[in-house]
Design a protein around this ligand. Structure first.
Ligand SMILES: [Cu+2]
Length: 314
């Protein structure tokens, strides 16, 4: 009888190991450090940016807790500067994995995404304030291995928003360091990117249907300014600190997101009418210089937006 039980335990353990191996996958991510112009507003103004893969922010990386990320950084040979990659989701050695890479060189490193949540990534080459201000940042989402639950309900839509400070004098790293000379706030790389109310050239907005749960993965990529994130005409139903489902608070009007912090916000609009929210950094110097995002809740919302590869609208 005992032997039979032991056999059952061994069989169960083997099944659990097999299941564990099935969750944890290896995800290959390759990015190019790229120095070249990008548009920083809705009318096409060019800016001398430095980016990962040519966009501000860089590509969204999405893995599951426990996955191994196999990362390759290629510093294009046409570039003039060394660049580096600092994933906030990685537990490694700053002097090894995150070390700068010269133009024309490539660096590879691996890490295991041990904590679920939302994390910034950015270039860590010096002067770091300049590499970040010129556009070298992005988001890695680490989904919890348990998946969705009562405490972390499945959303109807998801959007990524990354806020940053725009310094028109791209070469003046001294001004960036002391927070001088920033003229505007960027949301996903553009001034009033998703705000047709304040910018007639804006053609995009976040959309949802009335009553849907909309999940915002928000990253503060500013150089020196916290962000007071508030959904005008709404209340954050839940705020997950660092995007971790275990760190939940309820019914928040405004939540302060520190520099280099990422936070997940859920909002649920009334189900019986069409409404609009303006998601703002309530810090006026940021809001009225670009950090306003309109969320339109209407029955005819495009069903494709806020899902799959449409969680960051470009
Ligand atoms: Cu860089």
């Amino acid at each position: 009888m005992r032997i039979k039980n032991l056999a059952a335990v061994v069989a169960a353990a083997a099944m659990m190991c097999a299941a564990g191996a099935a969750w944890a996958k290896t995800v290959k991510v390759t990015m190019h450090a790229h120095e070249g112009p990008v548009e920083i507003d809705n009318k096409g103004t060019q800016y001398a940016a430095w980016t990962f893969d040519g966009t501000i922010p860089g590509p969204v990386v999405r893995v599951t807790e426990g996955d191994t990320v196999e990362f390759t950084l290629i510093n294009d040979k046409e570039n003039k500067n060394s660049h580096a990659m600092d994933f906030h989701a990685a537990i490694v050695d700053v002097l090894d994995e995150f070390a700068p890479v010269k133009p024309g060189e490539t660096k590879k490193f691996n890490f295991v995404a041990k904590y679920p949540g939302v994390f910034m990534y950015h270039c860590g080459a010096m002067p770091m304030q300049q590499h970040i201000a010129r556009g070298m940042f992005g988001v890695i989402i680490v989904d919890p291995k348990e998946g969705y639950s009562k405490d972390y309900p499945q959303p109807d839509r998801e959007y990524v928003l990354v806020q940053s400070q725009f310094f028109p004098d791209a070469d003046n790293d001294k001004a960036m360091l002391v927070n001088e000379g920033w003229s505007n706030s960027l949301i996903n790389g553009k001034i009033f990117h998703y705000d047709p109310v304040h910018d007639p050239n804006a053609s995009l907005a976040l959309v949802a249907k009335p009553g849907e749960r909309v999940r915002i993965f928000f990253v503060n990529a500013n150089i020196n300014m916290p962000v007071a994130l508030h959904p005008i005409a709404g209340i954050w139903d839940r705020v997950y600190l660092n995007g971790n489902p275990k760190n939940v608070i309820y019914g928040m009007q405004t939540y302060n997101v520190a520099v280099a912090e990422a936070t997940t916000f859920d909002i649920v609009s009334p189900s019986d009418r069409a409404t609009n929210n303006a998601i703002v950094d309530h810090t006026m110097s940021a809001a009225l210089r670009g950090a306003i995002t309109v969320l339109m809740n209407s029955p005819d919302a495009d069903p494709a937006l806020g899902k799959g590869d449409k969680i960051i609208l470009r």
